[in-house]
Structure formats: structure tokens, C-alpha cells
Design a protein around this ligand. Structure first.
Ligand code: NI
Length: 397
């Protein structure tokens, strides 16, 4: 088949499998399972792959990989979808027909659609397997949302190395772009993530006799204020980073000075080195403020996902393939990275690869809400673009 015939064939098939992808996505949406608990989801995916003759392997308790052997010689390329839902409740009329039937679990990050999109891609590729150069490793990865990250566990299981994976690609639905568009960027793409937990320990007492107590709320106020100077005063201004205290709690009533305050938060940066520098500054502030007030502290700093850094050649290959499938104006090169994290970064520590955004926001689908919002939704047409793009990338057209 010529490249242009093959391209047309892929497009026709992506359209033909649209209803299938919608059905899969809605089934998963109705039956969400949170990180590391994706047992039924895994069974469902394995069943769907088996139906079309794709062998699967299950290196972890949940999630699986599928293998498609191409009919021609070529590279081993992995395509990844994450399959877990979030531990939250959802809202939204647009999703009423297929709303989560499980309280406390909802697909509000689009991983249902990532899974459906990769199953659609699997169908297209299976139909065209004689044309595939090399081998395709389909990764249905658990637990993107929870440390240590399913990506790390899949990578460390050795299954990708066993199959000789040479390159890896993955996507995330993005409400800021329209269906039919993709956004990509070589180099730094998404930040590394770190979580911290702090206890500010004082001495409890009567609210009317603060001189006999050590007030952890006042110390916390100073600490949080000083955190604002870490990025603005201690870090090279050309180096992006964020410190956010996401939760603070202390005290119970009007007239008692509590014994301690607790805060938790996150640090984002584009290298762990920068994150570790911020850690050092946080600890210096904690030490300085609590010591001067006569209190003390505990501090835990948990390194999460590394930064997503897209390899240049893979990213160019992806962009070139996308331009052919979607047209130049739909393939957007991002000028700036973003501060969200993604465990896809763990694969990239070992395999060259590229991660990109698939536009999924539209007014018709009420899908411009941000990730993790209770009303988060996707325009399902995005899956036509996503599956044809991934198939095109594998088939080299
Ligand atoms: Ni996500």
C-alpha cells in the first residue's frame, strides 16, 4: 500500500472504530477504579484485546501490555495509556448518561478516554498488521495518579526491556485545545513533582495568655510567608518553580492556642536538582522560624515523578506524522512547559520518547473544565484524532 493509501485507510478505520471507542470510554467511565485497584478495568482491557487476537501479559497486579507483531522489519515502539480513575465524585449533565456508578471514584482526568483511544488504535493496527514495520507494545498502565506511579513499576518490572522497546509515546487529553488539534514540545514538557508534609510544633495554652504558650499558628503564618521568597529571592529567576501549601490545619476553638499546626503541599520544578535546592531552603526556614519562637518542627519531603523531557528526534517524528494526519495548523508547538506532573517521565529516563497533548475541549461536549474538576469531560471526537495519530506514527505515514 502506498503511504497516502495507508493514511486514508487509517483515517477510515479511526472513523469506523469511533463508536467502539465511545462505547469503551463510557463503560470505563461508568465503572471507574482508583489507582492500584484497576482489577475489573484490567480484565476488561485484556478481554477486548483477546477478542481481536492480541496476546497480553500482566507484569503487575493491575494493568497489562499487549503485543502486535508487524509484518515487516522495524523498530519496537511502545504506546502508553494510563487506566486509573481519581478518588473523587463527579458532576455534570453532559456525562449524565454514563456517570460513575461508584461513589468516591470518577474518571475526571480522561484516563478512560486514553484507554479507549489505545484500544481503538490496537484495532486499527491489528487490521493493518502486515503493513507494520517492527513490533508494537501497547501499555495499559495502572496508577498514574498515585506514588510511586504505575509507570515506574512497569518500567522496573523489565517487561519493556524484555520486548526490546526502543521508543515510547504517550498522550494526555487537554481541555485547552480543540478536538483535532495536538500540542507538542521538544525538551522540558512537564515538571517534576514533590510532596511535603510539615508539623509546626509549639506549646498549647490559653488564648488569653500567649506569653505562656508557643503559638504554632503564628509560626506557620511566618513560615508560609517566607516560602514565598524561595522562588522569588533564592532561585535563579530563569529557573521556573512553584511551592504551594495546599492544606493547613491547626486548632479547634476560639480560646485555645493549639500545640501544633500541620501543613502539606507540593513543589514543582524542571529538575530534581532544583526541587532539592528548594527542599534545603524550606528546611532552613522551618528551622529558623521555629527556633526563634521556641518551637520545633518535623518535615517530610517525598520525591514524586521526575520531569517529562521529550527526546528531540522522537518529538520531531511525532510532529511530522501529526502534520501529515492532521494538517500543519492543527499541530501546535508549545513555547512553554507546564507545571503539572506525569509519571510518563519514568519511561523517558530509560527509553527515548515523547509525550503530547491531544485537544479534547469543546463547548458542545462541555469539556473545557480543567483536569480533576468534578465536571471534567472530554469531547469524544478527540479519540478519532488520537487513534489515527498513534496508528500513523507506528505505520510511519
Ligand atoms: Ni491524567
Amino acid at each position: 500500500m502506498s503511504d497516502s493509501d495507508l493514511r486514508e485507510e487509517i483515517q477510515n478505520k479511526a472513523n469506523a472504530y469511533f463508536d467502539y471507542m465511545v462505547q469503551v470510554r463510557r463503560h470505563l467511565h461508568k465503572n471507574p477504579e482508583v489507582s492500584f485497584k484497576e482489577f475489573e478495568t484490567t480484565e476488561y482491557i485484556r478481554h477486548e484485546l483477546k477478542k481481536i487476537g492480541i496476546e497480553t501479559e500482566q507484569p503487575l497486579d493491575t494493568g497489562c501490555i499487549g503485543i502486535i507483531e508487524g509484518g515487516k522489519p522495524g523498530p519496537v515502539i511502545a504506546l502508553r495509556a494510563d487506566i486509573d480513575a481519581l478518588g473523587m465524585d463527579e458532576e455534570g449533565e453532559a456525562k449524565a448518561d454514563f456517570a460513575s456508578e461508584r461513589p468516591g471514584a470518577a474518571h475526571c482526568c480522561g484516563h478512560d478516554a486514553h484507554t479507549a483511544n489505545l484500544l481503538g488504535t490496537a484495532n486499527i493496527l491489528k487490521d493493518l498488521e502486515s503493513e507494520i514495520p517492527g513490533k508494537v507494545v501497547l501499555i495499559f498502565q495502572p496508577a498514574e495518579e498515585k506514588l510511586p506511579g504505575g509507570a515506574r513499576l512497569i518500567r522496573d518490572s523489565g517487561v519493556l526491556q524484555k520486548h526490546g522497546v526502543e521508543e515510547i509515546y504517550g498522550l494526555h487529553m487537554n481541555p485547552n485545545y480543540a478536538p483535532g488539534e495536538i500540542a507538542f514540545k521538544p525538551g522540558s514538557f512537564m515538571s517534576c513533582t514533590v510532596e511535603f508534609e510539615i508539623e509546626v510544633i509549639g506549646k498549647g495554652g490559653h488564648a488569653a495568655t500567649p506569653h505562656l504558650a508557643v503559638d504554632p499558628i503564628v509560626m506557620s503564618a511566618q513560615i508560609i510567608n517566607q516560602f514565598q521568597t524561595v522562588v522569588s529571592r533564592s532561585l535563579d529567576p530563569t529557573e521556573p518553580a512553584v511551592i504551594t501549601v495546599g492544606k493547613i490545619s491547626a486548632g479547634s476553638v476560639h480560646n485555645v492556642i493549639p500545640a501544633k499546626a500541620e501543613m502539606i503541599g507540593t513543589v514543582r520544578a524542571f529538575s530534581m536538582e532544583t526541587a532539592r535546592f528548594i527542599k534545603k531552603r524550606i528546611e532552613e526556614i522551618l528551622k529558623g522560624v521555629t527556633e526563634s519562637a521556641g518551637g520545633s518542627y518535623t518535615f517530610q519531603f517525598t520525591e514524586g515523578y521526575p520531569a517529562v523531557v521529550n527526546e528531540a528526534k522522537c518529538t520531531e517524528k511525532l510532529a511530522e506524522s501529526a502534520r501529515k494526519v492532521l494538517g500543519n495548523e492543527k499541530v501546535i508547538e508549545l513555547q512553554r512547559p507546564m507545571m503539572a506532573g506525569e509519571d510518563f517521565a519514568f519511561y523517558q529516563e530509560e527509553f527515548p520518547g515523547s509525550f503530547f497533548f491531544l485537544g479534547s475541549g469543546s463547548d458542545e461536549a462541555d469539556s473545557k473544565w480543567s483536569w480533576h474538576h468534578p465536571r471534567y469531560n472530554i469531547d469524544e471526537k478527540a479519540m478519532i484524532t488520537g487513534s489515527s495519530l498513534m496508528a500513523g506514527l507506528i505505520l510511519g505515514v
